[in-house]
Design a protein around this ligand. Structure first.
Ligand SMILES: Cc1cc2nc3c(=O)[nH]c(=O)nc-3n(C[C@H](O)[C@H](O)[C@H](O)COP(=O)(O)OP(=O)(O)OC[C@H]3O[C@@H](n4cnc5c(N)ncnc54)[C@H](O)[C@@H]3O)c2cc1C
Ligand SMILES: *[C@@H]1O[C@H](CO)[C@@H](O)[C@H](O)[C@H]1NC(C)=O
Ligand SMILES: *[C@@H]1O[C@H](CO)[C@@H](O)[C@H](O)[C@H]1NC(C)=O
Ligand SMILES: *[C@@H]1O[C@H](CO)[C@@H](O)[C@H](O)[C@H]1NC(C)=O
Ligand SMILES: *[C@@H]1O[C@H](CO)[C@@H](O)[C@H](O)[C@H]1NC(C)=O
Ligand SMILES: *[C@@H]1O[C@H](CO)[C@@H](O)[C@H](O)[C@H]1NC(C)=O
Ligand SMILES: *[C@@H]1O[C@H](CO)[C@@H](O)[C@H](O)[C@H]1NC(C)=O
Ligand SMILES: *[C@@H]1O[C@H](CO)[C@@H](O)[C@H](O)[C@H]1NC(C)=O
Ligand SMILES: *[C@@H]1O[C@H](CO)[C@@H](O)[C@H](O)[C@H]1NC(C)=O
Ligand SMILES: *[C@@H]1O[C@H](CO)[C@@H](O)[C@H](O)[C@H]1NC(C)=O
Ligand SMILES: *[C@@H]1O[C@H](CO)[C@@H](O)[C@H](O)[C@H]1NC(C)=O
Length: 591
């Protein structure tokens, strides 16, 4: 009977049995999932011990778990909000909701405060992890995962805001321990034509984070355009650059992706190749904004370095005594916004329902841009004159380097000014995000009233990053895969939406929806069909036009490169290139 139906399927052209099986990845519990003996044999070929049957971080807190251990549970409770710890372990990510699996109405989770008798659920935590230290480890893992049709994921620091570093039934490549850094005074990409100018550069392995790279560069008198994260714990060699990478230094040096001279990468066919402007240029295009790990696993990348120079910081805090006064303050700020960018400022402008904070930087101390100080003063002065607005801080501070600014305001914040970014700590909590790349035509004086109204009515707190304009806007939209909207924006409106522990999958969905609703009014003023877009590293989980929002007119080229490089869909991730037709956990293909 079974034979007959298979034969009928084949005859009617609906697909063979083998193809039907290939519709889903093999996950633990499936007959096709490798046996422990097979895993052990594979493990013996790796540079580090294979991590088998990996349990969630807090499993030691459950008396129903095989590894129950009250003193280790105390250690979990001391460390569970520490970003560096969460980066350094293979069984944790930064946002705990992405360790949890909302399925069939409930949330399968393993929080650290169980009631006696509770069960620790695996959730989205990978059950096998490969602690890679060599390129060969990565090649062997890709070959093994392809052979057994596994759901392979890549975890570096685990900061991913769409949870793609973990996944249901997944097996993990853990890149955190690849941390080499090498500086060059005269770097020339491989296969570059004779006469190609040499550049100052640094080559890093994928596990290096921003604090480590900024610090090493500073010791060489150099600067790299990188991320703004609290503590510098976001990776410099993984998801950030492959997602395009926005930096408050981008107005002077370009986006993260614009600063990359070369990658080495293990492709889904397990070959190890170089990609730069001269060698594999399609892959080079795709890796600069196409999103990780869709085009393979990056094993090194080379950034341009820039001379370390002094910077000026500007810090501002103003609180309004009514929603009308706050709307006036926001309107005034937007009227000045593009002008301040053009005058040489980049930075962040977080706000709540009544307070606006500015943390800005300009090159030079005093600023080298001749209009920087006067443009800033006129905003400071005009806002101080608004009725019902209390400007409690409006200062500029000289820094001998960007490093000094970064350490004082984001790492050892005791010397910081204005908004204390240590209070932005989200590691170990549950958070969804949403964002929108607002074109500069929208953040212009002519739209100030309408945009301020949209922001103040819909968004209770946000942190727009002033990362566009200047050099970032001076690159053609098809030079790299990153959203063309990045070339038209000055500020990326980002929102984080915390939510509480819940056992109900519909609560999780409602929390996503609430975050999505906050961004919609701003999005509707510049939809992806017009000039707006989305930074895929800070994407909205419910963005319906995700291809257009994340890649705009670059998507068709990206999709054809992806189909060529990954014909068997090894690296499919939620809202990643060529993920159409896959379920939200990238386990089964429905079409
Ligand atoms: C608290 C917090 C602060 C943040 N601050 C900023 C900020 O200031 N600026 C900013 O631009 N972004 C920021 N982000 C977003 C951040 O850029 C993205 O989450 C980014 O993808 C993180 O990359 P990662 O390698 O550190 O993290 P991971 O979560 O480990 O990786 C992110 C993605 O890249 C893939 N990946 C990782 N390594 C590789 C590799 N070697 N090859 C191929 N694919 C790989 C992973 O599979 C995953 O899909 C922040 C996020 C959080 C949670
Ligand atoms: C866990 O602890 C509870 C309460 O002390 C107890 O009732 C239960 O039997 C324990 N379970 C196991 C598996 O030890
Ligand atoms: C969800 O329910 C379906 C139908 O009962 C079941 O087949 C599936 O295994 C469940 N999924 C999980 C992850 O428990
Ligand atoms: C991974 O390997 C590194 C380098 O040898 C080692 O320090 C680390 O403890 C290993 N991590 C795990 C979780 O096994
Ligand atoms: C404008 O602001 C600057 C610095 O904040 C201050 O020195 C100056 O006196 C102000 N000018 C006016 C006209 O208020
Ligand atoms: C806000 O401040 C203004 C100016 O000082 C004042 O006139 C107004 O009454 C205040 N409004 C509220 C709600 O306190
Ligand atoms: C303005 O804010 C500062 C700091 O919060 C506070 O000390 C001061 O009293 C406020 N001034 C007015 C007029 O409300
Ligand atoms: C900011 O907060 C951190 C942590 O709470 C604290 O250590 C630091 O001193 C604060 N910075 C300032 C300037 O108050
Ligand atoms: C307002 O923003 C929209 C969308 O970016 C733009 O098309 C329009 O020209 C802007 N209007 C003004 C008056 O600046
Ligand atoms: C933009 O590029 C042009 C041509 O290369 C150059 O002359 C100009 O200085 C650049 N502007 C900025 C802001 O980088
Ligand atoms: C989470 O729970 C706390 C304590 O019960 C509550 O104060 C807070 O408002 C809740 N947050 C959200 C986002 O629901």
């Amino acid at each position: 009977m079974q034979f007959l139906s298979v034969a009928l399927l084949a005859i009617s052209g609906l697909g063979s049995f083998a193809e039907a099986a290939k519709k889903c990845k093999c996950i633990p519990g499936d007959p096709c999932f490798p046996s422990q003996a097979t895993w052990n044999a594979f493990g013996r070929t790796l540079s580090r011990p294979l991590i088998s049957n990996q349990l969630p971080f807090a499993s030691v807190c459950y008396n129903t778990s095989s590894n129950f251990n009250p003193s280790q549970c105390d250690a979990v409770r001391r460390e569970e909000f520490d970003a560096s710890t969460l980066a350094s372990l293979p069984n944790t990510v930064q946002l705990i909701n992405f360790e949890e699996l909302a399925v069939n109405g409930t949330v399968l989770a393993c929080p650290s405060d169980p009631a006696p008798g509770d069960v620790c659920h695996q959730g989205r935590v990978p059950s096998y992890a490969i602690n890679v230290t060599t390129v060969t480890d990565i090649q062997k893992t890709i070959t093994f995962a392809s052979k057994y049709n596994l759901h392979l994921v890549v975890k570096n620091t685990g900061h991913e805001l769409l949870g793609r570093s973990f996944g249901m039934g997944s097996v993990e490549l853990f890149t955190h321990n690849m941390k080499k850094i090498q500086f060059f005074d005269s770097f020339v990409p491989e296969k570059a034509p004779r006469g190609t100018p040499a550049q100052f550069a640094v080559t890093i392995q994928p596990g290096v984070n921003w604090l480590e790279l900024y610090t090493a560069a500073d010791q060489h008198g150099r600067l790299v355009a990188g991320g703004y994260s609290v503590g510098g714990t976001v990776g410099a060699g993984g998801g950030w650059p492959i997602g395009g990478g926005h930096s408050i230094l981008s107005p002077y040096y370009g986006l993260g992706a614009d600063n990359i001279l070369q990658f080495t990468v293990v492709l889904p066919d397990a070959s190890h190749v170089t990609a730069n402007a001269y060698e594999n240029p399609d892959l080079f295009f795709a890796l600069r904004g196409g999103g990780g790990p869709s085009f393979g696993v990056v094993t090194s990348l080379t950034y341009k370095t820039h001379p370390s120079i002094p910077f000026t910081g500007a810090f501002y805090t103003a609180t309004a005594n009514s929603s009308e006064s706050f709307l006036e303050l926001m309107t005034l700020w937007i009227q000045h916004h593009n002008g301040l960018s053009d005058a040489g400022w980049g930075g962040v402008w977080p706000f709540t329902t009544d307070t606006l904070f500015l943390t800005l930087t300009a090159q030079g101390s005093p600023p080298t841009s001749p209009t920087a100080q006067s443009a800033l003063n006129s905003f400071f002065n005009e806002s101080a004159n608004l009725a019902g607005v209390n400007v409690s801080l409006a200062i500029t501070v000289p820094y001998k380097s960007y490093q000094e600014f970064f350490i004082d305001n984001l790492v050892d914040t005791s010397l910081g000014h204005g908004l204390n970014y240590s209070s932005f700590h989200v590691s170990g909590t549950r958070v969804h995000s949403a964002s929108w790349l607002m074109p500069r035509t929208l953040t212009s004086p002519g739209n100030a009233t309408i945009l301020a109204k949209a922001i103040t009515t819909a968004i209770p707190s946000g942190a727009p990053f002033m990362v566009g304009g200047g050099v970032a806007a001076n690159v053609s939209t098809d030079a790299a895969a990153i959203a063309p909207a990045f070339r038209r924006t000055i500020s990326d409106m980002t929102i984080i939406c915390p939510f509480n522990e819940t056992k109900s999958a519909s609560d999780v969905q409602a929390a996503k929806e609430a975050c999505h609703q906050q961004i919609l009014p701003v999005r509707s003023l510049s939809p992806p069909q017009a000039d707006g877009g989305q930074y895929l590293n800070e994407a909205d989980l419910l963005e319906e036009d995700w291809q257009l929002a994340q890649w705009g007119t670059n998507y068709p080229r990206l999709l054809s490169i992806k189909k060529k490089i990954d014909p068997h869909d090894l690296f499919i991730v939620y809202h990643g290139v060529n993920s159409e037709g896959w379920d939200s956990e990238s386990v089964c293909k429905s079409t």
